[in-house]
Design a protein around this ligand. Sequence first.
Ligand code: IPE
Ligand code: MG
Length: 226
Amino acid sequence: MDGNGRWAKQRLMPRVAGHRKGVEALRGVIRACAERGVTHLTVFAFSSENWRRPKEEVTLLMELFLRALENEVARLHENGIRFRVIGELSGFSGRIQTLIRDAESLTRDNTRLVFTVAANYGGRWDIVQAVKKLMAEGVAAEEVSESMLAQHLSMAEMPVPDLFIRTGGEQRISNFLLWQLAYTELYFTDALWPDFDAAALDQAIASYRTRERRFGRTSEQLRSAP
Ligand code: IPE
Ligand code: MG
């Protein structure tokens, strides 16, 4: 979700106004995904690297995260949405950690849409914490497999993403779900996140529908597959 700051700057508003508008945009995208039958939505809200931003902006982002947890979770639950957070949660205040745990347990049996927020998350961090878990379990080197490693990642038991969307014009992954994105279709748009709405989502989905997903095979193989 990139481009909040630029959205605000264009309007001569403080960056935090862009972040506030970004939360609204997210609300709309969650609803649009649920309506379209998307089963999993994962958003990159705050990276392990975002702590490097000016202190005031980090404080305001934490404030917004806290308010969103307080105000939005009940509505997610009413709409049958499961809420999860992935990332190094110990980086957050005790209050935020408690709200996250409560929201996850409240919504754990909801099945309409699994909505995951990556916060204080980094794809490299995720792989390292998975390796640490494997080693702590005493798994022997020759037993380590891709599926075993995958089972220890934050997105274990979740399907790999079909479509990755980055707003705000940059064309990079920026340490998002590195492992899981191996075969994901990538979609980049200049739209700034606060402007990303249901119509913009539909454009991304339309682009996805034009892609041929081969997973390493040839086009001919796919055409002759049963
Ligand atoms: C993304 O918007 C929001 C967060 C990373 C929290 P930015 O704050 O990166 O917006 P730009 O890139 O400055 O426009
Ligand atoms: Mg940015």
